[in-house]
Structures are given as structure tokens and as C-alpha cells.
Design a protein around this ligand. Structure first.
Ligand code: 0O2
Length: 276
């Protein structure tokens, strides 16, 4: 058998994971920047350990020369969502990407595995630029809710502890826990729109408060201290009511006041042409 240079073999997989994790995290940031609810809650990635690759090859009878083709999860990216509905949205977004060639899907959401495992997997080919040119590698993208992830992580630890032979009574408990998490996911889906509205309101409130305080700070440079103090006191009063609509009205009034000062500054510039 040829010498296997594992560091060299795994390098493009490491690069693929690093790039994809960054790209998916950027998607989340973009949703937030647009003031939108992000279906992506968290993104992580890993390259399978060499011993885990070797074990899987042994288990499946895969020869070394077929490793890249047959072991599809050497590069793994995991996307965690809040709600089951978000999984479909994220999967659609991923399938529409031009930097991934979609090879296969595994839908363990409705038809969970015998163990109780639920998740949505996409197997894709992804190209990384290396110093010797373009290298395409397979990646497995797992998309699941927080509940599904909690279950899978716990079960994975138990698989490790019992070397893949989880005792019958623990398997049954895991199955029960998986069912319970599934009904929890369903219940959370029912209040999804309420939760998203609440999250959006909180985001809008944070933005408005930041803008109002920024405007007050700007006014402090041009208006009388007494007037700015009065506005600030009014703001704290409005803020204490916790009413978003009232805050919006306050911001509009403040904009009018600020506009008035801007107009004055144009009419009476600090430096007249003659003073220059
Ligand atoms: P690791 O340690 O996460 O890398 P198979 O032919 O079914 O044995 P295959 O063809 O790779 O495996 O596809 P499958 O079943 O979709 O599994 C891919 C990965 O999904 C697994 O990789 C796990 O990460 C996860 N997974 C699948 N089934 C289960 C399960 O019952 N419990 C948990 N916790 N995770 C699961 P690896 O290589 O098995 O593990």
C-alpha cells in the first residue's frame, strides 16, 4: 500500500469546513443586518478524526482508494435552527447555492432512524483552492433543531460509552426522549410566529433606543443643555412605559426637533463666507 500522508489528505477537508462555516455564519449575520429573523441559529464544523475515518472504512469495507468517494462525512458542517420549519428554509437556501454541487439528501425528520435520530442531511461537493489548484471534496451538511441536536449529542456519547452496543433499556429511554423532543418541536412550531414577532419587536426596540440616544447626543452639541436634559428626561419616561409604538412616536418628534436645528445650522453657519 502507498504511504498515506494524512495531513495532506485532510488539508482540503479542513479548508472546506472552515470556509463553509464562515459562509453560513455570514448568512446569519446578513439576516440580522437586514433586521430579519435568521433561520440559522448556530453553525459548527469538524473534520472527522483519522481513527473515526478508519473505523468507518473498516465497518463499510471501503478500500483506501475509494475513501474520498465513499466516506461522505469527512468534512462535516452542522447548522442548528430554532424551529423545524427553519430546517426546510435553510435546506432550500443551501440547495440554491452556486458554490455547492448537491449530490444527495437524507431526510431523517419525518422518518427518523431506528435509534430515534432525526436530522436533515445534504451531501454536496465543494471546491477549495489550494496551492496546487482546485480540489473538490465531499461535505455533509447536517441541519437540525436544538432539540434534535441535544438528543444526537447525548446519544453519540452513549454510543461511544457502550461501543455501539447501547443496552436495550437505555435504547428504549432514548427512543422515548426522541418522541418527547419531537412533540416539543411541534409545540414550539405552533408558537413560532409569536416568538418571531417578539424577537423582531425586541430588535426594533434596541435599534430605536440606540438611534434616539445617538440623536440626543448630537443635539447636545447644538442645543441648550436645559432643552437636551428635558428631552432626555422625556425619553426615560417614555422608555419606562415599555411601549414600542410610543417609542416610535417619540423618535419621530425628536427627528423633527433635530431637523429644525439642522435647518438653523444651514441658515446661520458658524463661519460666514466673510469670516474665512
Ligand atoms: P460521527 O462520529 O458523527 O462522524 P451509515 O451507513 O448509516 O452507518 P452514513 O452512510 O454515513 O452512515 O450515513 P448516515 O446514517 O446519514 O450518518 C451520517 C452521520 O449522521 C453520522 O456519522 C452521525 O454523525 C449522524 N448520525 C446518523 N445516525 C445517527 C444516530 O443514530 N445517532 C447519532 N447520534 N448520530 C447519527 P458517523 O460517522 O456515524 O458518526
Amino acid at each position: 500500500m502507498e504511504i498515506q500522508l494524512w495531513r495532506e489528505i485532510l488539508h482540503p477537508y479542513e479548508q472546506a469546513v472552515a470556509e463553509l462555516v464562515l459562509k453560513f455564519r455570514c448568512l446569519r449575520v446578513e439576516y440580522k443586518k437586514h433586521g430579519l429573523y435568521s433561520p440559522i441559529e448556530n453553525v459548527t464544523g469538524r473534520v472527522k478524526t483519522i481513527s473515526s475515518i478508519l473505523e468507518k472504512m473498516q465497518r463499510k469495507g471501503v478500500p483506501m482508494e475509494e475513501m474520498a468517494e465513499k466516506i461522505e462525512d469527512i468534512a462535516g458542517v452542522r447548522i442548528i435552527c430554532q424551529f423545524v420549519e427553519d430546517i426546510e428554509r435553510v435546506a432550500r437556501d443551501i440547495e440554491a447555492r452556486s458554490d455547492l454541487e448537491i449530490l444527495n439528501h437524507k431526510n431523517y425528520l419525518g422518518n427518523q432512524k431506528k435509534s430515534g435520530y432525526r436530522s436533515y442531511h445534504i451531501i454536496a461537493r465543494y471546491g477549495v483552492q489550494t496551492i496546487i489548484g482546485l480540489k473538490k471534496v465531499k461535505v455533509e451538511i447536517q441541519i437540525r433543531t436544538m432539540g434534535m441536536n441535544f438528543w444526537a449529542t447525548t446519544e453519540h456519547h452513549l454510543q461511544y460509552k457502550y461501543k455501539g452496543e447501547i443496552p436495550e433499556h437505555i435504547s428504549a429511554q432514548l427512543q422515548k426522549a426522541s418522541d418527547a423532543l419531537m412533540s416539543l418541536d411541534r409545540e414550539m412550531s405552533e408558537v413560532r410566529s409569536e416568538i418571531i414577532d417578539a424577537m423582531n419587536d425586541s430588535r426594533i426596540k434596541n435599534r430605536i433606543v440606540k438611534e434616539i440616544l445617538g440623536s440626543i447626543e448630537n443635539l447636545y452639541r447644538v442645543a441648550s443643555e436645559r432643552e437636551v436634559k428635558k428631552i432626555q428626561d422625556e425619553f426615560y419616561e417614555v422608555f419606562s412605559h415599555g411601549d414600542l409604538e410610543e417609542l416610535k412616536r417619540f423618535q419621530k418628534q425628536l427627528d423633527i426637533i433635530a431637523e429644525g436645528y439642522r435647518a438653523q445650522a444651514i441658515e446661520h453657519p458658524l463661519l460666514d463666507e466673510d469670516d474665512k
